[in-house]
Design a protein around this ligand. Structure first.
Ligand SMILES: Cc1cc2nc3c(=O)[nH]c(=O)nc-3n(C[C@H](O)[C@H](O)[C@H](O)COP(=O)(O)OP(=O)(O)OC[C@H]3O[C@@H](n4cnc5c(N)ncnc54)[C@H](O)[C@@H]3O)c2cc1C
Length: 536
């Protein structure tokens, strides 16, 4: 146990999409004190705020947890790179800024799975509360909220060509994936304000919030353990600049470390599957077998061609003069290519011809960067597809009792049900769209895969060799009803079996939503903040 340094009503462990939102909302009440802990540094790097520098943000050494998965048996034993944000704003400070809520059916499914009170009509008000929509003015959208949602200021001509190509292949045009329905192809809206990234920190932790006397933000401070008095959480042990301290929570500890770190800190604190904890010599405070289970992620396959117009994004000599001009333009006007999030257009489709989508598409006017070479020099186009509702489930387990060691991340991709079949169908659909007439004259040669696969066996081999994460892990502290032995939190995000302890972040989602996961995570935090303010 370290020296005690302070006491607060609430301690929040992680300033990501959920943690930033929660800290901001709870500290609106001047009568309560809130301490927000963040393992990473402040978010003052230019690469965070300049949308087109996303590759730099994703690979930057000190803004990122740099996780790798365990070898994946169905992916030729590859270990996949899982970046997660480690700065104010968390993963929303390094993400692709695509604003998607998911389908109404997703939240009805949550409700049925035990996330009572998270049906569509329950969650829509919280999506709207968080939103400051810059374009649409209808019942689906909100105005005046902290999170600015806007059209992209710049769309590459190749991204426009993708929308035409999709329509040529029979997909309808959809201008608002967060409106009545998701199916179709069109431009994405993004979390950007004035041409800059609107992360959860930019949205919820502006200067007026950080100046509140009742909110203390401690950066470069790792929460190492929740202090438990029996089954009650009474504080958090932290490590900062090599020193260990204890911080006391008068009311609650709220764990907001994301789908990997939240189960990790619970287990380090004796909350989790008793057998696993005992194996590591950790005393069991609360036996919750569901902690670290139910890991779900979106697995992505990108099909790409080289292109000959030079309009695509690449770090080539040919593109350099334009990029230089765009740099100046961005500096003075916050317009142009540097406002691009790369994944400017995309869509939702059903590989089975149904009314609800089973895959999502992200078009990128570039050959996608690899970890060892984040800046691609080759001009090309890539169409990504991923399975919206995978059947496969994985785990997070501790590798040791050292809070600085990475846990074992095993998503067990493609091990269940229809996942491989749908992944192949999505990749085939992507290839078909890239071969539509809209790309004639621009499309040059196959790049990934290097030639047209001839059979399902060849497609399967391609998926096994090339599929990567789309960065949406969820579910490892799932929300559910009391009778569900695998549920970790109740519908108020309170940890079953513990007192004074909640988990609020993407880990509580019982099932992946059909889309990108930032907006739903913020929605969860908005809703829980309201419940807490009402005493729940
Ligand atoms: C590269 C990438 C691209 C993505 N693109 C999109 C997109 O375009 N659209 C979209 O909707 N979603 C996208 N996502 C997903 C989305 O950003 C996440 O689902 C969402 O941010 C998760 O929020 P969270 O609060 O659960 O976790 P995070 O935002 O990851 O926050 C967790 C925070 O807790 C901190 N933390 C963790 N452990 C500790 C500890 N022990 N002590 C102190 N601090 C700790 C972390 O440093 C981090 O700041 C992307 C994600 C990534 C990584």
């Amino acid at each position: 146990m370290g020296q005690k340094i302070a006491e607060f009503d609430y301690i929040i462990t992680g300033a990501g999409s959920a943690g930033a939102t929660l800290a901001s909302r709870l500290s609106e009440n001047p009568d309560i004190t809130v301490c927000l802990l963040e393992a990473g540094p402040r978010d003052n790097r230019v690469s965070i705020h300049t949308p087109a520098m996303i590759a730099d943000a994703v690979y930057a050494d000190d803004l990122n947890w740099h996780y790798d998965t365990a070898p994946q048996t169905e992916l030729n034993n590859r270990e996949l790179y899982w970046p997660r944000g480690k700065t104010l704003g968390g993963s929303s400070s390094i993400n692709a800024m695509i604003y998607i809520r998911g389908g109404q059916v997703d939240y009805e499914a949550w409700n049925t799975l035990g996330a009572t009170g998270f049906g569509w009509n329950d969650v829509l008000p919280y999506f709207r509360k968080s939103e400051d929509q810059q374009r649409f003015n209808d019942q689906h959208h909100g105005h005046g909220g902290p999170l600015t949602v806007s059209d992209l200021r710049y769309i590459n001509p190749l991204s426009d060509a993708f929308v035409r190509a999709g329509m040529e292949r029979g997909h309808t045009k959809n201008d608002d994936f967060n409106g009545q329905a998701r199916l179709g192809v069109g431009p994405y809206q993004v979390t950007q304000r004035d041409g800059r990234r609107c992360s959860a920190a930019a949205a919820y932790l502006g200067k007026h919030v950080q100046d509140r006397p009742n909110l203390t933000i401690m950066v470069e401070t790792l929460a190492t353990r929740i202090i438990m008095d029996g089954t009650r959480a009474t504080g958090v042990s932290v490590r900062s600049k090599g020193e260990d301290y204890d911080i006391i929570a008068r009311r609650e500890v709220i764990v907001t470390g994301g789908a990997i770190n939240s189960p990790q800190i619970l287990m380090l604190s004796g909350i989790g599957p008793a057998d696993h904890l005992r194996e590591l010599g950790i005393g069991v405070a609360v036996d919750r077998p569901g902690v670290g289970e139910n890991l779900q992620d979106h697995l992505d396959t990108g099909v790409s061609f080289t292109e000959n117009t030079g309009a695509s994004y690449a770090y080539s000599l040919r593109a350099f003069p334009k990029q230089l001009a765009e740099l100046v333009r961005y500096f003075f006007t916050r317009q142009g290519m540097l406002t691009s999030n790369a994944a400017e257009t995309g869509g939702f489709a059903s590989t089975r011809g149904e009314d609800e989508p089973d895959i999502q598409l992200h078009f990128i006017p570039a050959i996608v960067a690899a970890r060892n070479e984040p800046r691609s020099k080759i001009h090309g186009i890539t169409l990504h597809s991923y399975v919206l509702y995978p059947d496969s489930r994985g785990t997070i387990r501790l590798s040791s009792t050292n809070p600085e060691d990475h846990p074992v991340i095993d998503p067990q991709y493609l091990t269940k049900g229809h996942d491989m079949k749908t992944q192949i169908a999505g990749a085939k659909m992507a290839m078909d769209i890239l071969q539509a007439p809209a790309f004639d004259g621009q499309r040059k040669a196959h790049f990934t895969p290097p030639s047209q696969p001839e059979s399902d066996a060849e497609w399967e081999a391609f998926v096994r060799e090339k599929a990567e994460t789309l960065f949406h892990p969820v579910g490892t502290c799932k929300m559910g009803v009391k009778t569900d032995g695998m549920a970790v939190v109740d519908p108020h995000c309170r940890v079953y079996g513990a007192k004074g302890l909640r988990v609020v972040d993407a880990s509580v989602m019982p099932r992946l939503i059909g889309g990108n996961t930032n907006a739903p995570t913020i929605m969860i935090a908005e809703k829980i903040a309201d419940l807490m303010k009402a005493g729940g």
